[in-house]
Design a protein around this ligand. Structure first.
Ligand code: IFM
Length: 444
């Protein structure tokens, strides 16, 4: 893997760090916030590995100022965060909660005061519980509720944020939330998952059009989690399995947004589980976007028989059990560039969970640092081959609530001691800061 030592990113390239509301904010009942499906899911015995929840998390709701100081101190250009829907609209429809909006107003103004560009995400999974009670994302009515919420957020913050992402990783909401059920709301039905995906896409398209119509000038787009999908061997059966996995995992998510159609082979495989699509839906979904966010962590290797054993790769494996495969990011970007007419791309998440040790107040997380360094090099390799990438965000600023893994997995470049809420810059953060300073000097 090439190193980033001679990196030459364009001057306008945006460097950032990312978080999401439920994973860091805590204050789960403060100032009128309503419950979300993740608050509910955490109460199900066995749903969260360490039986934890988001009630306190990183207490960012109260520590946002010092957290923003940390972000600014890294020398990044931008901070990617999400708005908690139930914090600003406790029931997901009807009355908005001004106190909730005041928090995000302070946060966004705090970013601007520190010279940071706010990159806002509207849905990073914490759907208001009251909407789940009426069917959640499976119910088409949720689409209009989401559009109303998006427009209200845009009314409050749209004049100050650089970017609005409608949904983070629809695949996770659809498949992990509604097919395997290992994430909130814990439903297990392929047909429901597919309908949920359709409603997420539809709500994206209608919300972008509506926010633009009310005069919001922020860049608007969506974030997908994508991987290159390789067959485990060259045998026909493995190649066919990989093609199917690519259909369900990548083409199903990219093609409605960029081409306004679902892939025919996937629709055929789905049979009776295909989504109910009303006339006009696909045109609404295909609204032009200003960017496509790509979250990349690993490749996927598919076999027609026994599931592929990641240990067989011989590559390093993270604490999540994910293969470290930076060249997969180059492959993915080149493939997207080859197969689609793309808007500018942002790498909106990339990072790794490893077990950390604090030694004399320091965290020497060399594996995380190398992971980030090699993935940045992989982005550059794709850019040199013609892919338009406008930015890169490390996941994550802070150790945080890693969904069904609870607090057991640490993705932060800043360590959080959950007993004291003390923050410690890990070596990966110190490296990122030095790397960015060097990049900025080159750009002068
Ligand atoms: O922590 C998550 C994040 O919320 C969404 N993308 C993947 C990350 C790591 O699992």
């Amino acid at each position: 893997m090439t190193t980033t030592s001679n990196a030459a990113f364009p001057k306008h390239f945006i460097w950032g760090v990312a978080t999401s509301a439920f994973q860091i904010e805590g204050a789960s009942e403060a100032d009128g916030k309503g419950p979300s499906i993740w608050d509910d899911f955490c109460r199900i015995p066995g749903a969260i590995q360490d039986a934890s929840d988001g009630r306190v998390a990183c207490d960012h709701y109260h520590r946002w100022e010092t957290d923003l100081d940390l972000v600014a101190d890294l020398g990044v250009d931008a901070y990617r965060f999400s708005v908690s829907w139930p914090r600003v609209q406790p029931l997901g429809s009807g009355a908005f909660n001004e106190k909730g909006f005041e928090f995000y107003e302070r946060l966004v103004d705090g970013m601007l005061a520190r010279g940071l560009k706010p990159y806002l995400t509207l849905n990073h999974w914490d759907l208001p519980s009251a909407l789940q009670a009426t069917g959640g994302w499976e119910n088409r009515d949720t689409v209009q509720c989401y559009v109303d919420y998006a427009c209200e957020v845009a009314r409050h913050l749209g004049d100050r944020v650089a970017s609005i992402c409608t949904h983070n990783e629809p695949w996770v909401v659809a498949v992990l939330g509604h097919e395997s059920g290992i994430f909130a709301p814990g439903i297990k039905s392929r047909a429901v998952a597919i309908q949920v995906a359709h409603h997420l896409f539809l709500s994206h398209g209608i919300a972008v059009t509506a926010m633009r119509a009310q005069g919001c000038k922020a860049d608007m787009g969506i974030v997908l989690n994508l991987s290159p999908i390789n067959p485990a061997t060259d045998f026909d059966a493995d190649r066919a399995a990989a093609r199917r996995a690519d259909g369900g995992g990548l083409r199903w998510y990219v093609e409605p947004l960029l081409k306004g159609e679902y892939p025919a082979d996937v629709l055929e495989d789905l049979g009776a589980d295909a989504p109910k699509v009303l006339p006009g839906d696909m045109a609404k979904i295909k609204v032009p976007i200003d960017f496509l966010g790509v979250n990349y962590y690993m490749r996927s290797v598919v076999s027609a028989g026994e599931p592929w054993d990641v240990k067989a790769s011989g590559h390093e494996i993270t604490d999540m059990g994910w293969e470290v495969y930076p060249q997969g990011l180059t492959e993915l970007l080149l493939r997207l560039h080859r197969d689609y007419t793309l808007p500018p791309i942002y790498i909106t998440e990339n990072g790794a969970a490893f077990k950390d040790e604090v030694i004399n107040g320091q965290v020497h997380d060399r594996r995380r640092q190398k992971y980030i360094e090699n993935h940045i090099a992989a982005v550059l390799a794709a850019m040199r081959q013609g892919v338009r990438v406008n930015g890169y965000f490390v996941w994550s600023l802070l150790d945080n609530f890693e969904w069904s893994s609870g607090y057991a997995k640490r993705f932060g470049i800043v360590r959080v001691d959950y007993a004291t809420q003390e923050r410690t810059l890990k070596d990966s953060a110190l490296w990122y800061r030095a790397f960015l300073a060097a990049e900025k000097r080159k750009g002068l």
